[in-house]
Design a protein around this ligand. Sequence first.
Ligand code: ATP
Length: 323
Amino acid sequence: MKAAIYFVCLCVFSNIIVVSAILDVIVGAVAHFTDRLFQKDDLLEPFDYERLKTDLKDSLYGQHIASEVVLKAVSGFMTDKHPSKPLVLSFHGGTGVGKNHVSNIIARSIYKKGETSKHVHVFISEHHFPHKEQVGTYKFQLQQWIRGNVSSFPHSMFIFDEMDKMNPGLIDAIKPFLDHYPHVDGVSYRKAIFIFLSNDGASVINQIAFDSWMDGEERENLQMNSRGMETNIFRDVFNAKNSGFWHSTLIDAHLIDHFIPFLPLEYRHVRHCVIDQMAALNITAKDGLADRVAQELLYFPTQEKIFSVKGCKSVRQKLLLHV
Ligand SMILES: Nc1ncnc2c1ncn2[C@@H]1O[C@H](COP(=O)(O)OP(=O)(O)OP(=O)(O)O)[C@@H](O)[C@H]1O
């Protein structure tokens, strides 16, 4: 009797195992199929230098330095069949001046689905990695995430926002991916793109823009090497109280390809942003609406009021108050 019960149990149990194994295979196959189907229209856009140039010219205001460097860096990288390392860009500047906006423009030039592509991965320090004590777990997850995505799609893009608030342990975790290694644990990261965004260096950039304005210089004459911009940004960034670490770690190892300053925006640039938002919201331009909205924003320095305190950040919200 006992033997019969054992026999029945064994049959039921082995049937369960067989059924679950079959189910596993079916679920895996369906997932793989839908994944392929989904990926089919989420691929690379054939790279077009002129399209990126036009997009930067038409939709980015007041950032001639960023525009030039981004165009050269991205087109050089995307047309290089055998890059020796991933492209690593570091964007610096005050709030609302276009750092995220340029990341989206770059994504539009690379992926068919632009910034909504699933190959664009955005990490916001305080949102994704809020707890200091969990840095070990974050580190593991972040490395697995980058590794998994790059192995299935080498041209993946990783954007790290609020880099100045990033835990040093996490910076160490991504360091090997940014280097010249042909492979890290069997995966090549040479076609990936990493973009770091931070407000570090903003005070130096703003001061240089102000001095240049005071001297009556054309804004467009400001270059990376004018008025010691590059050196002063480095100095400021290295000495930043909380965030000096990421720069010293990544800069010392020469892992960042381009430091890109974003200038503070003037009234005329903000006005352009208002007009863009009016078009996006289908609002007809009348009664000097663009000027009224642009005038409502705050400008600095207190006396001269030349640069927008929040760039173009709250333009949409201000505009909505008028409709
Ligand atoms: N230079 C610019 N040219 C055109 N539009 C801009 C520019 N700067 C900002 N904008 C507009 O303002 C919005 C907010 O800017 P964005 O998020 O790029 O700022 P940010 O520099 O990343 O700021 P933060 O440091 O606060 O994250 C953008 O989505 C874009 O619509």
